[in-house]
Design a binder for this molecule. Sequence first.
Ligand SMILES: Nc1ncnc2c1ncn2[C@@H]1O[C@H](COP(=O)(O)OP(=O)(O)O)[C@@H](O)[C@H]1O
Ligand SMILES: [Mg+2]
Length: 227
Amino acid sequence: MTRDGDRDTTSGMAERPGRFVVLEGIDGAGTTTQAARLVDRLRREGKATVRATREPSDGPIGSLVRQVLTGRIVAPGGRAPGWATMALLFAADRMDHVESDIEPVLAEGGIVVSDRYDASSLAYQSVSSGSGGERAVEWIRQLNRHALRPDLTIVVDLPPDAAAARRASRGEPAQLYEQNETQRALALFYRDLARHMPDDRITVVDGAGSVDEVHERIFAAYRQLEG
Ligand SMILES: Nc1ncnc2c1ncn2[C@@H]1O[C@H](COP(=O)(O)OP(=O)(O)O)[C@@H](O)[C@H]1O
Ligand SMILES: [Mg+2]
């Protein structure tokens, strides 16, 4: 697999034995719930190594990013870092995440299920960049051009109002990016994700309905990967 120059356009499936699956969606869409369900299902089906992971990761840079997102770290004056700084932090975390948690599992033929990956950077940092959305997408894409490509990215698609209701029932304080207007723009971006990541395999799954119903849709999408 090429790791330098342009974005790797091969799926990597032929070169590596493992499977790398990513769940994406707006806040409250259910990615965390569904990533856990998918991991449970794969383990019950007897897959030897199934690793659940997430971005921001649990590594040192991911922990820093989480503190920024929850407002525990702010610059003087209370301002959150700008979109480009956030994109750089997320990209650095991703590099560390791939090296520390993802590649070792794939190398031994395991399955990695990540709750978010670089589509989140494309979506969140470009939407929060304001006017230069398309330029920001390109900038962020370049920044992540060395990032290992997933075999499959599943977008859990839920209308922003329904996602907001689920977030409210979760009962946690709102994080950076959780304003309703931002979430509406993110939902549009995610529906159009394939246009922004033309070389990746992306499946959009309806996130409405019970946890079980959504899980069955996601598992069916995963099965297609197994062929
Ligand atoms: N299909 C579903 N129906 C109803 N509530 C759900 C469903 N999926 C998740 N939830 C609940 O909605 C909230 C948000 O889900 P979560 O998985 O944390 O979303 P995300 O990680 O995408 O922000 C949680 O309280 C979760 O228990
Ligand atoms: Mg979550």
